[in-house]
Write a new protein. Structure first.
Length: 190
């Protein structure tokens, strides 16, 4: 049984004793993907020729343009949200604009993008087995801050969780699944 610390009406710092590794994990969960899911569709021996990748930008075949961003899910009764460092697609025009103005204050700019990540606990597949892509609003930020992603209204558990927040128990479940469970791509804990 997962032991949950410090539940009461005041916002708390998040911590739990993990059922899988028996360690106490402190701080709201934060996981990041250093590569977008589409990167893995390119055969390894072709990646050098077909992809451009930095810690914040990715271009595949000069057709798919992606930027790294942050998706937050509030945790009920907790000070800090559950944070995912994910990738979202951008049009070529928006991608180039983002790249050209990266060191400028981009606050107030919002663009459309498609979520380009697998996230344990949220990976839904269509009839053909492909991951369901979700529409997003990408809100650019001040220099040094990655864009913030808000999902557009849809009937998907990730959208509902971002809109409504999740329980402490659900945050523990997602953290344990991401750290220790099976998945299409491993996320790194931040």
């Amino acid at each position: 049984m997962t032991r949950i610390f410090g539940l009461d009406d005041k916002a708390k710092s998040f911590e739990f004793k993990c059922d899988c590794c028996s360690e106490i994990h402190r701080g709201s969960p934060s996981f990041a993907y250093d590569k977008p899911v589409f990167y893995f569709d390119v055969p390894e021996e072709e990646r050098e020729d077909r992809t451009f990748l930095t810690s914040d930008l990715c271009v595949i075949d000069d057709k798919i343009f992606l930027i790294r961003a942050i998706l937050e899910i509030p945790i009920h009764g907790v000070e800090e949200p559950f944070t995912w460092g994910i990738w979202v697609s951008q049009s070529e025009e928006n991608f180039l604009r983002y790249q050209d103005t990266y060191d400028d204050d981009q606050s107030g700019i919002t663009t459309f993008g498609w979520l380009a990540a697998t996230m344990p606990g949220y990976n839904e597949r269509d009839e053909e087995g492909l991951l369901v892509n979700l529409k997003t609003n990408v809100m650019w930020q001040a220099p040094g801050d990655r864009p913030i992603v808000e999902l557009q209204d849809c009937d998907h558990p990730l959208y509902r969780d971002q809109r409504d927040g999740i329980s402490w128990e659900r945050a523990v479940e997602l953290a344990q699944l991401t750290m220790h469970g099976p998945g299409d791509e491993t996320a790194d804990a931040d």
